[in-house]
Design a protein around this ligand. Structure first.
Ligand code: NOJ
Length: 762
C-alpha cells in the first residue's frame, strides 16, 4: 500500500479572485498596523553554504530532535557525532544552573567535536513562564491570560519567560498554543487563550513578540505556534481524536490565530497530532505546505509533535509502517521529527535516520525537500543567534530567575472574573473568614499542569502563595482567617466544616480541579466532583454566606452557583494565586476579568460558543424551540462583574462605509465609558460584530476589537478601539463550498454594550 496525499491538491484554487482576499492578507489584518508584513525571507549565504557542505547524514541529523537524556554528559561527543542532532529537548534537571551547565556542556561538544560544529537548538515547553526550572515565576495559564484581555501583559510575560530560558541555555519554546477553545471536555482547554479567534489572535501575536524579542541582534528565543491545525476540536472531546471541521469554519475560525502568530514572526510551527477530516495532519501536504506556506506565507521551520510518524500507523491506521509514515510526513512539509527515545520499537533517532536516508536514496523523498527542510532549520538557528551565541549563562541565572513576580500578580489579578455576587463581596474587614475547599492551600491545584512536572507539581515546588496564605497576609488585625481543609474527591469532615462555617461571618470555598495535562485531562463532566458539591451544600446550608472561588482548567461547576452568595473564576493562577484572589475578595482590586469562553450548563450543551451559528438560545418571541443542546449558557462569553458600574454612550464608528477591496482596513470605534459607581475600577470594553442577513449564515457575534480602561468613580473617558470586520470574513457558497475567503458586500453591525452602529461594505 502506498499513498500520495499530494496529488490532486487544490493548491491555490482558492486564492485571490474577484472580491476575494488572500488568506495571508485577510488574516494578517487581524493584527492591524502591528502586523509585520509576511515576507519570504531569503536564506543567508552562511546557511546556503552550510547546506551545500553537508552530507546526507548530516542533513538528516539536522532533521532529528532527540531527548538530551539520550546523550551521555560524561562523553557527549560520541553520540553527538553519531546522530548529529539538529535539536535536543528535555534536560532532566529542574535546577536552572544545572540546566544551563548541562546545555553548555553538550553544546561545547557539538560545536567543537562534530565535523561542522553546527549547534543544536535546545527546545522545551515553557508555556506559562519557564515552568521547567525551579524558582522561575509561573504565570496564569492561557485561559486566565485570555480573561485579562490584556495583550500587552501577555507580551511582557513572554519576555520574562524568554529571558529565563536563554540564560539557562534554552533557545526554543514550544509555545504559544494557537488552538482556540472549542470544547471544555478536552484536557488542553486551558492552554488556549479563548474561543474567540480575534481575542486569541491578539494574545498569540503578543506572546510570539515577547518570546522572539531581539536582543544583541538576534531573537532571544524562537516561538512555536501549535498545533497546526484543528487540534482543539476533537469531535468527541478526547485529545488527539478525529476532528471534523468544515472548510468555512476552518478558514474563518481556526486559521486566524495561526496567521497572527506567523505575522508576528513565529519561527516554528508544531503540527497537530490528531487527524482532520479523515487525514492525519502530519500527512497533509495541503495543510503543511499549501495552506501554511503558500497561503499563510509561513517561511520558518515545521516540527512534528511527539512521535507522530508512529501515530500515523498505530493510532490513525493510515500508514503501513514507519518508513511510509516518514515519507508521507516529510513530503507533506515536515522539517524536523520529534523522536526522543521513548521505548517505542524502531521509533528512535537511529531508526528514523536510517529510514529517511533510504527514502532519499530510493528517490521517494527528493534531495530538494531535504535541502529545503535543512535550510529552514539552519535559518531558524541563525535567527536565534545560535551561530554567534549558543550558550547559556549559569552565572546570570540568579539575576533573572525570580523575574516577573509582580507581573504574575498583576496578570492573575486582572484575570479574576466575578461570576455572581449578591453583595457579599468585597469582604468586610473585621469579619471572621472560614477558608475551606480542596484548592485553598494547594500549590499543585493552583498551578495545574505544566508546573515543574508535565502533570503538575511533583517533588520540587515552584514559588507560590496559596489563597489561604494570601488571605491571611492581606487580612487586617480586625479580621480573622481560619482554615478547614477538604479533599478534591473526598469530604470526610462534614461536621468540622459545618461547625466552622456556623461560627464564621463568611466562608470562602476554593473549589475546582487537580492538575492534569493533555489526554489525562479529558473529562466527560463539567460538574464539580461530588465531594465538592456536597461541601457547597453543607456550607450554604448554614446561615453563613459562602463565596466560591473556582480554580480549574475549564468552566468547571454547573449546579453550585445558586447555592453560592458570590462566585469567582480564578482559572489556574500560578505563583500569585494568593495575593490576586485576596486583593479581589477584599476589594483592594476591583475585578475586571471577562470570560474568554462560554460557560455551558453541562456537557450536553457542547459546542456552545458565542460565535456559533444561530440559533443559540430559545427564541421566546417566535416560540420556535431549537434543540435543547442550545439553551442559554450558565455564563455568557465576556461575562464578568465588577464592584462598580460602567455605562457606555456616544458610540462612533469610522469609516461607516468601506469599498469591498478595502474591507480589511482598520475601523476606529470610539465610545464614552463612565464609571457610574462608587469604586475605582478597570473594565474591558469589547466590541462585537455581526451581520444579520447574507448569502450564508453568520456567527451570532464575534469580537472585532477591545480595549482596557481604568476609571475613577464618576469619571468618563472616551475610549478608542482599533477594530476590523475581518473576523466576519467568510467563505461563500453552498454547504461544501471551498470558495475564497471574502468580506461580502452588505451591512455589518458593530456594538458596544447596547449601542450599535452599522458599517456597509459596497
Ligand atoms: C506533546 C504536546 O502535544 C506538545 O504540545 C509538546 O510541545 C510536546 N509534547 C513536547 O513536550
Amino acid at each position: 500500500m502506498s499513498k500520495d496525499t499530494t496529488s490532486g491538491s487544490s493548491r491555490r484554487t482558492f486564492l485571490q479572485a474577484s472580491g476575494g482576499i488572500t488568506l495571508a492578507t485577510a488574516l494578517a489584518g487581524y493584527l492591524g498596523e502591528s502586523a509585520v508584513a509576511t515576507k519570504q525571507r531569503e536564506p543567508s549565504r552562511h546557511v546556503t553554504e552550510l547546506v551545500d557542505e553537508m552530507t546526507l547524514e548530516e542533513k538528516v541529523g539536522q532533521m532529528t530532535q532527540m531527548a538530551a537524556g539520550e546523550i551521555s554528559t560524561d562523553d557527549p561527543a560520541e553520540t553527538l557525532r553519531k546522530y548529529k542532532p539538529g535539536s535536543l529537548m528535555y534536560l532532566t534537571s529542574f535546577d536552572p544552573e544545572e540546566v544551563a551547565r548541562t546545555s553548555n556542556k553538550l553544546q561545547k561538544a557539538m560545536v567543537n567535536e562534530t565535523r561542522l560544529g553546527v549547534p543544536f537548538v535546545y527546545g522545551i515547553d515553557s508555556v506559562r513562564g519557564d515552568n521547567n526550572v525551579a524558582g522561575a515565576t509561573l504565570f496564569p495559564h492561557n485561559h486566565g491570560v485570555g480573561a485579562t484581555w490584556d495583550a500587552d501583559k501577555a507580551e511582557e510575560m513572554a519576555t520574562v519567560t524568554s529571558r529565563v530560558m536563554r540564560t539557562t541555555g534554552t533557545h526554543w519554546n514550544f509555545s504559544p498554543v494557537c488552538d482556540i477553545q472549542r470544547d471544555p471536555r478536552w484536557g488542553r482547554f486551558y492552554e488556549g487563550f479563548s474561543e474567540d479567534p480575534f481575542l486569541a489572535s491578539q494574545m498569540v501575536a503578543s506572546k510570539v513578540r515577547g518570546y522572539e524579542e531581539e536582543t544583541n541582534g538576534y531573537k532571544r528565543t524562537g516561538a512555536s505556534i501549535k498545533h497546526f491545525a484543528g487540534y482543539s476540536a476533537p469531535a468527541n472531546g478526547n485529545d488527539r481524536t478525529a476532528a471534523l471541521i468544515p472548510y468555512r469554519t476552518f478558514v474563518s475560525s481556526i486559521l486566524p490565530s495561526y496567521a497572527a502568530g506567523i505575522n508576528a514572526g513565529a519561527e516554528t510551527v508544531m503540527v497537530n497530532s490528531g487527524s482532520l477530516n479523515g487525514l492525519p495532519a502530519h500527512a497533509s501536504k495541503e495543510l503543511l505546505t499549501d495552506i501554511l506556506r503558500d497561503q499563510l506565507g509561513f517561511d520558518g521551520m515545521v516540527v512534528t509533535d511527539w512521535h507522530d510518524f508512529y501515530r500515523m500507523i498505530k493510532v490513525h491506521g493510515f500508514a503501513e509502517d514507519l518508513k511510509e509514515a516518514t515519507k508521507l510526513g516529510i513530503n507533506a512539509g515536515i522539517d524536523m521529527y520529534m523522536v526522543p527515545a521513548a521505548g517505542i520499537e524502531g521509533d528512535d533517532a537511529a531508526g528514523y535516520q536510517q529510514r529517511l536516508i533510504e527514502l532519499v536514496k530510493e528517490g521517494s523523498v527528493s534531495r530538494e525537500r531535504i535541502d529545503d527542510a535543512v535550510t529552514n532549520i539552519l535559518a531558524f538557528k541563525e535567527h536565534v543567534g545560535l551561530f554567534e551565541d549558543p550558550y547559556g549563562t549559569p552565572s546570570k541565572v540568579s539575576d533573572v530567575i525570580s523575574d516577573g513576580r509582580d507581573l504574575a500578580e498583576e496578570v492573575a489579578t486582572e484575570s479574576m472574573t466575578l461570576l455572581t455576587n449578591d453583595g457579599t463581596l468585597p469582604l468586610d474587614s473585621g469579619s471572621s473568614i472560614l477558608v475551606t475547599g480542596p484548592s485553598a492551600d494547594s500549590v499543585r491545584n493552583q498551578m495545574g499542569g505544566w508546573a515543574l512536572g508535565w502533570q503538575g507539581v511533583g517533588d520540587t515546588e515552584p514559588p507560590a502563595t496559596t489563597v489561604l496564605e494570601g488571605l491571611s497576609d492581606a487580612a487586617d488585625s480586625s479580621t480573622s482567617v481560619t482554615h478547614v481543609p477538604t479533599g478534591l474527591h473526598e469530604f470526610t469532615n462534614e461536621d468540622d466544616v459545618r461547625r466552622a462555617a456556623e461560627c464564621a461571618d463568611v466562608v470562602v470555598a476554593v473549589l475546582g480541579e487537580g492538575p492534569y495535562a493533555e489526554e489525562k485531562g479529558d473529562t466527560d463532566t463539567l460538574a464539580l466532583p461530588e465531594a465538592q458539591q456536597r461541601l457547597v451544600e453543607v456550607v450554604s446550608g448554614t446561615e453563613t454566606p459562602t463565596v466560591g472561588v473556582i480554580m480549574a482548567g475549564r468552566p468547571r461547576g454547573t449546579d453550585v452557583f445558586d447555592d453560592l452568595s458570590a462566585s469567582m473564576m480564578a482559572y489556574l493562577p500560578g505563583t500569585a494565586a494568593g495575593p490576586a484572589v485576596a486583593a479581589t475578595l477584599f476589594g483592594d482590586a476591583n475585578p475586571s476579568g471577562r470570560l474568554p469562553f462560554t460557560w455551558p450548563t453541562g456537557t450536553g450543551q457542547i459546542p456552545n460558543l458565542h460565535n456559533n451559528y444561530p440559533p443559540d438560545e430559545f427564541n421566546k418571541s417566535t416560540n420556535v424551540n431549537p434543540p435543547q443542546s442550545h439553551e442559554t449558557p450558565l455564563f455568557e462569553f465576556g461575562h464578568g462583574l465588577s464592584y462598580t458600574e460602567f455605562e457606555y454612550s456616544d458610540l462612533r464608528v469610522a469609516p461607516t462605509k468601506l469599498q469591498q477591496k478595502n474591507a480589511t482596513n482598520d475601523i476606529t470605534v470610539s465610545v464614552a465609558v463612565k464609571n457610574t459607581g462608587d469604586e475605582a475600577g478597570e473594565t474591558v470594553v469589547p466590541v462585537y460584530g455581526g451581520r444579520d442577513l447574507g448569502q450564508v449564515m453568520y456567527p451570532q457575534e464575534v469580537v472585532v476589537g477591545f480595549e482596557r480602561v481604568a476609571l475613577d468613580p464618576g469619571e468618563t473617558k472616551r475610549v478608542e478601539i482599533r477594530s476590523t470586520i475581518l473576523p466576519l470574513a467568510t467563505v461563500l457558497g453552498d454547504v461544501f463550498s471551498r470558495g475564497e475567503l471574502v468580506i461580502d458586500t452588505g451591512e455589518y453591525w458593530l456594538s458596544v454594550g447596547d449601542l450599535t452602529e452599522t458599517v456597509s461594505v459596497v
